[in-house]
Design a protein. Sequence first.
Length: 322
Amino acid sequence: MSDAASGPTTSDAARLRHPEKRNRPDNPIRRKPDWIRVKAPTSREYHEVRKLMRTLNLNTVCEEAACPNIGECWAKKHATVMIMGDTCTRACAFCNVATGRPLPLDPMEPANVAIAVGGMGLHHVVTTPVDRGDFAGGGAAHVSERLRRTRAAAPAGTIEILTPDFKDRPGAVKTLATEPPDVFNHNLETVPRLYPAIRPGARYFTSLQLLAEMKRRLPSLFTKSGIMVGLGETREEVGQVMDDLRAADVDFLTIGQYLQPTPKHAAIDRFVPPPEFEEYAQLARGKGFLLVASSPLTRSSYHAGEDFARLRAAREAQLAAA
Ligand code: SF4
């Protein structure tokens, strides 16, 4: 369900974008069921957002992940902008963001993000830094600096950030907490049993700790996490992940269908039917999340602005009832 789990590209394209995967055997891409199909993006607003991003030399997760929701989101001028470049130093088995040695940071990127936010008229901005293992602290200081500049450019707006895990980067959480967003999102992505195959460079409890520590430092911060389903997880394992996230005091859970981006990525185990997503949503609500989004096309940033308003309302209702 990561924003980086999505529509197919060819095996040749995969070799170029994901050099570490080039010798892997191809996993045939399965035909999507009817409930996953979306229309090709054609709206005027879609083309305007595309032109804006190209003009400003910005990258979006929406495009990098070939997200199936791009037509709907961009028609509403909602896009998730990548920061700190377009190349990730991790190589997860589900993610379509290009991997390899990143370029130096673009000094114009913060200013261009601010222009894009203004150009799209965004009230709720979602940005996501790629994993930058080449920087001390995993790039946490750069993330904070970019948040500060985005906040300065859009002081009336709210900011959501979807981060990597900053694994083995002492001090990253403290640095991130100096310039807090309104919503801090870090996805667990899948159940712990599947980490060696799906997130081989990550550790389940490192991710949980990141979420718990951010909340501990900033109790009023909204925290959010998500998982993909359809990778071979069991219902019991998903329930355990929910319990772990609640123990970390995470407010908002997103659950979506994993879609295989290229033949070199992890194969889909199954397409989870819509009623099962509703069952997961009910299970999660029963465990105490303030908000749950669960559907085949749910992605971390899908409907993020509307969901932020719901999150705030849910917390206010909870406080009023206390
Ligand atoms: S769901 Fe997120 S990544 Fe996908 S198009 Fe919408 S904003 Fe972009």
